[in-house]
Write a protein that binds this ligand. Structure first.
Ligand SMILES: Nc1nc2c(c(=O)[nH]1)N[C@H]1C(S)=C(S)[C@@H](COP(=O)(O)OP(=O)(O)OC[C@H]3O[C@@H](n4cnc5c(=O)[nH]c(N)nc54)[C@H](O)[C@@H]3O)O[C@H]1N2
Ligand SMILES: Nc1nc2c(c(=O)[nH]1)N[C@H]1C(S)=C(S)[C@@H](COP(=O)(O)OP(=O)(O)OC[C@H]3O[C@@H](n4cnc5c(=O)[nH]c(N)nc54)[C@H](O)[C@@H]3O)O[C@H]1N2
Ligand code: SF4
Ligand SMILES: [Mo]
Length: 715
């Protein structure tokens, strides 16, 4: 008996040892949301046994969020596109022909060539999700000769980006939020503890432990509100009034940073004159926040300055004046001297700032296409102030319908689901009617993939490698995503897909034999080699560096922060428009508001087995007093309706939401038969915004998604 036990133990020990020996750690990058945290995957054979944040990455502390931890469940899930498919029925009918990669790529490249021949290269549109991994597909589009690269951002942060550009002449990512050293952080329309970026959450919690104050401004009591020192519930859509009130306080009570303003702020007198009527009492009446609390906030910020962050917002595609909310948020930072300051919004450092060379880019191998952008961005009347880079994809969709300024005939939606991320699926589908080719490059099912002509299935992050990425910040870095697992299905990495398309179309510059060849191309001149990534998956290039603001900082014509922007005014956009109160909901209606939750990413994780188990459906937050009027109890099923669209959802009855609005987490209400778990669960907020894609902000470019009113009744 004893002997047998000993043998058993011995076998067990040997087995464990072998297992440990077969284990390896692979440096990767989480792909479960667009934040892309550096990650380390422990794999055994072709299985992930443990996922964690890259322990070498500063601020990550080895952590991933719940969604990141569910990356393995995505790989294990059979309910994702497993092989290339070409549509066999009508668009959206769900009839597919399984094809080989060869056939799929030959078909797509053949159609692209035909369409280019017939309508010119400019008739090809590609949109993606932005971020550090886009060089290959951008280069592919440029090689074809099309200027029409877009991303998702008119449904996300365009207003913030254009606010930064209008004031500073540089974009929102040319400064970063130095949470770690902040003394007061104001989170306005920013639910940082649920709309997660792991490093930012860690840094802010550390700062909080060290005494940093948090003020949260929201229309409901979020997790962020619960952790904040001060919570200000505003009437939905009145943030501009609040910010004007704060600016009034800072200026009229001399609480602002006079040295910084004298040196770097242009048009302070114009601002002073403009804010004269907008005092704290005015702001209180507009927002519902008591005037005393607005005055107190101004005092607290002045005391903590310049280590203050007034967050300009992230998902700000909400109201007709969201652009001005972002602009005034930046102006408050400027008045507090926090632009460029430690604990505020320091300038990011790129490789050049620490004496290093940046990555070489594939996109630079090709000449600038001659055609002007189809969305009119950068050249059309009223659109000259917009940033060309990712354009405004909603306006490119308009060109599909109108053929103006010229037609778009082919569209590649790369890691982008516009049918869920823009309002009113049926309306957007109608806009796509004139397309002769619609391709979805994706790792999960989505409304867009289901409606496409061709699906090119991408491998999930753990099953693919990506191009080396560059991260700017206090200390600039390169980081790499290596392949942790062999793909379970017939899916490919994006670099393979575009390399093969390029091969089919005779684009030699993109015909790389391996990912190593691409990495070597990127790293030439940098002094870094592929082998250097072995140790930690990342390369710190230098720093951290805090660069004081100087006469090269602001890229505006004057070299200063321009409150009055000639570029905006030239396009008929007022720099300082008067405040206009948002419409009150018509009787019996509620403004529909939306946002994120810690357990899901946008629309693409609801069907993830692990995350679905944690949160299978969304619920409708509704104010208790309103619910009582409607006879709706907490947890009851209600019908929420706008026009012809209605859905059933459970009510979350709470005092923690403003009575004018109802709130739901975005991304639910899936309808596809291929997603057995997500199908029919909860309601899609985007369906409650009829033809909402047509209502967009002429100043900031964001779609105004919270300008819709719904009815609620017991189901
Ligand atoms: N009504 C309403 N609309 C919204 C929002 C809202 O709250 N309400 N939120 C807005 C915001 S903030 C944003 S950013 C957009 C997001 O909109 P999208 O960019 O469309 O959203 P995602 O779901 O992140 O990604 C789109 C698709 O890419 C696929 N995908 C994701 N990651 C990867 C990857 O690593 N590789 C590949 N191949 N595919 C991937 C997903 O499976 C998904 O099908 O939506 C916006 N639209
Ligand atoms: N877990 C998780 N994290 C994510 C994502 C995800 O899908 N899931 N997506 C990532 C992406 S793409 C983005 S853009 C960011 C988004 O990050 P955030 O912009 O912080 O997230 P949201 O939840 O969209 O919106 C923030 C808050 O705005 C509030 N709000 C609505 N209307 C108003 C108003 O009129 N005034 C004020 N003051 N507040 C209002 C909502 O109640 C919500 O709590 O999150 C990123 N991180
Ligand atoms: S925030 Fe979460 S889901 Fe997003 S990249 Fe980081 S770990 Fe992944
Ligand atoms: Mo976003």
């Amino acid at each position: 008996m004893r002997e047998r036990l000993e043998t058993l133990r011995h076998t067990q020990r040997r087995h464990n040892m072998e297992q440990t020996m077969n284990r390896k750690n692979v440096y990767s990058v989480c792909g479960m949301c667009s934040v892309r945290c550096p990650m380390m995957a422990t794999v055994e054979g072709n299985k992930v046994v443990y996922l964690q944040g890259n322990p070498h990455a500063a601020g990550i502390k080895g952590a991933l969020c719940a969604r990141g931890a569910a990356g393995g469940a995505l790989v294990a899930d059979d309910e994702r596109p497993q092989f290339p498919m070409i549509r066999a029925g009508a668009r959206g009918e769900g009839k597919w022909r399984k094809v080989s990669w060869d056939e799929a790529l030959a078909y797509v490249s053949g159609e692209l060539s035909r369409i280019r021949e017939a309508h010119g290269a400019r008739s090809i549109l590609l949109s993606d999700r932005g971020g550090p991994f886009r060089d290959m597909h951008r280069a592919f589009l440029k090689a074809l000769g099309s200027p029409n690269y877009c991303n998702h951002d008119s449904a996300c942060a365009r207003n913030v980006q254009h606010a930064a550009l209008s004031l500073f002449g540089f974009g929102r990512k040319d400064v970063f939020y130095d949470y770690k050293n902040a003394k007061h952080v104001v989170l306005q329309t920013r639910n940082i503890f649920e709309a997660i970026n792991v490093k930012e959450v860690n840094d802010l919690l550390d700062a909080k432990d060290a005494g940093c104050k948090i003020t949260c401004i929201d229309v409901r009591t979020t997790v962020t509100a619960a952790k904040a020192d001060t919570f200000l519930m505003v009437r939905p859509g009145t943030d501009y009034a609040l910010n004007l009130g704060v600016i009034h306080e800072l200026i009229t009570r001399d609480l602002y940073d006079k040295d910084f303003a004298a040196a770097w702020i242009q048009d302070l007198d114009a601002l002073r004159a403009f804010i004269a009527p907008y005092d704290a009492d005015f702001a209180a009446a507009a927002t519902g926040v008591p005037a005393k609390r607005i005055r107190d906030l101004a005092d607290q910020l002045a005391a903590a300055a310049p280590a203050v962050i007034w967050h300009p917002g992230w998902m700000t595609a909400r109201y007709g004046d969201s652009f001005q909310v972002c602009r005034t948020a930046y102006i408050i930072n400027a008045l507090l001297g926090s632009i460029g300051a430690k604990g505020g919004l320091p300038q990011v450092n790129k490789p050049g700032h620490v004496g290093k060379k940046g990555l070489k880019q594939l996109v630079d191998l090709f000449p600038k296409p001659e055609a002007k952008r189809v969305d009119g961005v950068g050249w059309m009347e009223g659109r000259g102030h917009f940033e060309a880079g990712p354009g405004l994809v909603n306006l490119a969709f308009e060109a599909i319908v109108s053929g103006e300024p010229y037609p778009i005939k082919a569209y590649i939606a790369h890691r982008h689901d516009p049918l869920m991320s823009f309002p009113d699926t049926a309306d957007v589908k109608k806009k796509w009617d004139n397309l002769e080719l619609l391709v979805a490059v994706t790792y999960s099912w989505s409304d867009t993939a289901w409606f496409a002509d061709v699906i090119l299935p991408m491998s999930p992050a753990l099953e693919r490698e990506s191009m080396i990425a560059s991260k700017s910040g206090g200390a600039p870095q390169f980081f790499v995503r290596k392949r942790a697992l062999t793909p379970r299905f017939d899916t490919r990495a994006d670099w393979e897909i575009y390399r093969d398309l390029a091969r089919h179309m005779g684009i030699k510059e993109l015909d790389f034999a391996s990912i190593e060849d691409i990495w070597n191309f990127q790293l030439q001149d940098t002094g870094v080699t592929v082998a250097d990534f072995e140790a930690t998956g990342m390369i710190k290039l230098g720093g951290p560096l805090l660069r004081p603001v100087d006469d090269k900082t602001f890229k505006t014509p004057s070299g200063k922060i321009e409150i009055v922007s000639a570029k905006l005014e030239a396009d008929g956009v007022a720099s300082l428009p008067p405040y206009v109160a948002p419409a009150s909901p018509p009787p019996g209606r509620y403004r529909v508001s939306f946002g994120r939750v810690g357990l899901h990413t946008q629309g693409h994780t609801v069907n993830n087995p692990l995350l679905f188990a944690q949160m299978p459906e969304n619920e409708l937050w509704i104010n208790s007093a309103e619910a009582a009027k409607l006879g709706v109890d907490d947890g009851a099923l209600v019908t929420v309706r706008n026009g012809s669209h209605a859905g059933q959802i459970r009510a979350k009855v709470t005092e923690g939401i403003h009575p004018e609005t109802v709130f739901m987490v975005h991304g639910f209400g899936h309808t596809l038969p291929v997603e057995s778990r997500a199908r029919g669960m909860g309601v899609a907020d985007n369906e409650l915004m009829p033809q909402g894609i047509n209502n967009w902000d002429k100043g900031g470019g964001g779609v105004c998604m919270q300008e819709h009113f719904v009815t609620v009744e017991p189901a």
